[in-house]
Design a protein around this ligand. Structure first.
Ligand code: HEC
Length: 117
């Protein structure tokens, strides 16, 4: 039966689309970089330059996130470990493990960032 065959094929196609639509590196990231970016804007931008490509000096000698991401030590494990402890007086409210994953995902996503065009 034609209709039935069409229906049974659809879930596989939908799944393929979902997988293809995800950003290439999403499977390797420890969290959601978009949520991480929003969180960084709220919680980290007071001291850090958090936007892609911003390398300029930040308040309080805090390195720009772009510089952190491009540094040799920018691995998930190292960033997670660093963010488990508070640094300076930040963050005053500790990040949950999920928030940490999101911020680390955002940071790792900045690695090798180049201006568009
Ligand atoms: C009160 C200011 C302040 C806030 C807010 C702050 N930081 Fe920092 N951060 C610093 C300073 C200063 C340094 C450099 C000295 C150090 O490593 O402790 C630093 C260093 C870092 C480093 C290490 C960079 C390296 O050398 O490897 C990371 C990663 C980092 N911050 C992430 C974050 C994240 C994520 C947030 C938000 C959740 C945040 N920081 C909020 C001041 C701040």
């Amino acid at each position: 039966m034609r209709g039935r065959r069409g229906w049974t094929r659809r879930p596989g196609i939908a799944l393929a689309l979902v997988l293809a639509g995800a950003p290439a590196a999403a499977g390797d990231l420890p969290g959601d970089p978009e949520r991480g970016r929003a969180l960084a804007a709220r919680r980290c931008a007071r001291c850090h330059q958090v936007l892609p490509g911003s390398r300029g000096p930040s308040a309080a000698e805090a390195p720009a996130f772009q510089a952190v991401a491009d540094g040799p030590g920018a691995s998930e494990a190292a960033l997670r470990a660093f963010l488990q402890t508070s640094h300076e007086d930040a963050p005053s409210v500790p990040l949950t493990p999920e928030e940490t994953g999101d911020v680390v995902a955002y940071l790792l996503g900045l690695k090798g960032w180049r201006p568009p065009g």
